[in-house]
Design a protein around this ligand. Structure first.
Ligand SMILES: [Zn+2]
Length: 411
């Protein structure tokens, strides 16, 4: 397409800085499409990437050279029939051994720190219990320190950046946890604090949205044109994405469903009402009920799942009832948003077929794909790291080549 010969349409950007910005945006979008196709199809020939993305072979070659120079992809062994000149047919794949994304997830009882490779796989993970309370300064300092020691252990891996995820109201643009009632956090400038302590670029997002991005990039609902994600832990949050865009809304307030009323709910909520989703569905409520029935003595929902696996019928009933309640909540949102796929992060649904069946029955719609999280054993680690990986896959050229000697510990 010859741009110079074409008359300027009223919508064409005028030459100059705006045009350059538009070209830059186009280059980022194309680089993103190329890297995504290597993620999804690698090892994959450049000629195939051209076909998949609709980009010209020359442009794909160009982008691959750039991504290769950044250390994000590399050529894999050439197929035997290729005779050197057939470069477009030499497959390329992610270079999953070089970079890691650092992840931090702040839950109510503990913080998870983790390193993820470019495929979203957890390379290393550590849990830091909030033994001394939930003071934000202390928690963030210990998270930064935890990442530092993970990076030291993962010698030679270069950190791309840090993604921080949490429940409650998290504003991506300001990098702030605006409000997280259960942690007692208000206006905590997470991005600035972690950035200062690690010396790395930091992105912050709500965990329900972070996990939508993880599903989009690495999960089994990949390819769905619209997706609803329900996070049911101690906090209850939702996120919604169409195509590749997760809805944030003004100040990232979308998905706050903690206080939606659940019909038939009996739990008093801290907001003064009864039967709010979060009060009914939180892990605290599950564990309290399980303790009342002498199923467990702890406050750990995994112990309820273990009791159920060991054949405790009360544990099974509590989990199945909770899954059905989650299904009713999902149904409400499904009717409003009508997504192709519903992904549920909830401990019973992720680990038990009977819970998944109860969830699906309560949702009651056969036209939507209703699936548990793709990351049952590392969902919190994946949530944090995915915030950083999402940024990478949207704009791979933002990665700065780091000299090998400079990798490693944040300061
Ligand atoms: Zn409430």
């Amino acid at each position: 397409m010859s741009r110079s010969a074409a008359p300027l349409s009223p919508l064409a950007p005028p030459p100059g800085p705006t045009r350059r910005a538009a070209d830059g945006a186009r280059r980022r979008t194309s680089a993103s499409a190329v890297l995504r196709s290597v993620l999804e199809h690698g090892p994959v020939a450049r000629s195939t990437i051209a076909r998949l993305t609709g980009l010209s072979p020359a442009s794909v070659t160009d982008h691959c050279a750039r991504l290769d120079a950044l250390g994000l992809i590399r050529e894999t062994a050439a197929p035997r029939r290729s005779k050197g000149a057939g470069r477009p047919h030499v497959p390329v794949d992610l270079d999953a051994d070089r970079f890691v994304a650092c992840g931090v997830h702040v839950a109510v009882p503990y913080t998870s720190v983790a390193l993820l490779d470019l495929r979203g796989r957890v390379v290393a993970e550590r849990r830091l219990p909030h033994a001394a309370g939930t003071d934000p300064e202390r928690i963030l300092a210990s998270a930064a320190e935890g990442l530092g020691s993970l990076l030291t252990e993962a010698e030679g891996r270069i950190p791309l950046g840090v993604g921080v995820a949490a429940g409650g109201w998290v504003d991506r643009d300001s990098g702030t946890v605006v409000e997280h009632a259960l942690l007692g956090w208000r206006d905590v400038a997470v991005r600035d604090v972690i950035g200062e302590r690690t010396g790395l670029p930091v992105q912050v997002d709500g965990h329900a949205r972070a996990l939508v991005n993880a599903e989009r990039l690495f999960g089994r609902a990949r390819g769905s044109r619209s997706m609803l994600h329900l996070f049911v832990g101690n906090v209850v949050d939702a996120a919604f994405a169409t195509h590749d865009e997760v809805h944030h809304g003004p100040r990232s307030q979308a998905g706050a469903i903690a206080h939606l009323p659940l019909a038939g709910g009996t739990e008093p909520c801290e907001c003064g009402r009864t039967g709010c989703l979060q009060a009914e569905l939180s892990e605290r409520t599950l564990c309290r009920r399980a303790r009342e029935h002498h199923v467990i003595r702890t406050a750990n929902p995994v112990h309820v799942v273990r009791a159920a696996a060991g054949g405790d019928p009360v544990a099974v009933r509590l989990l199945v009832e909770r899954a059905a309640m989650v299904g009713r909540a999902a149904r409400l949102l499904l009717d409003v948003l009508n997504p192709e796929a519903v992904v549920v992060t909830e401990v019973g649904v992720m680990h038990r077929q009977d819970c998944l069946a109860a969830l699906r029955e309560a949702v009651g719609r056969r036209d939507a794909l209703v699936v548990p999280s793709s990351f049952p054993d590392s969902v919190l680690a994946v949530a944090g790291g995915s915030v950083a990986l999402d940024v990478l896959y949207r704009d791979p050229l933002s990665v700065l080549p780091v000299p090998a000697g400079k990798s490693g510990e944040p300061n």
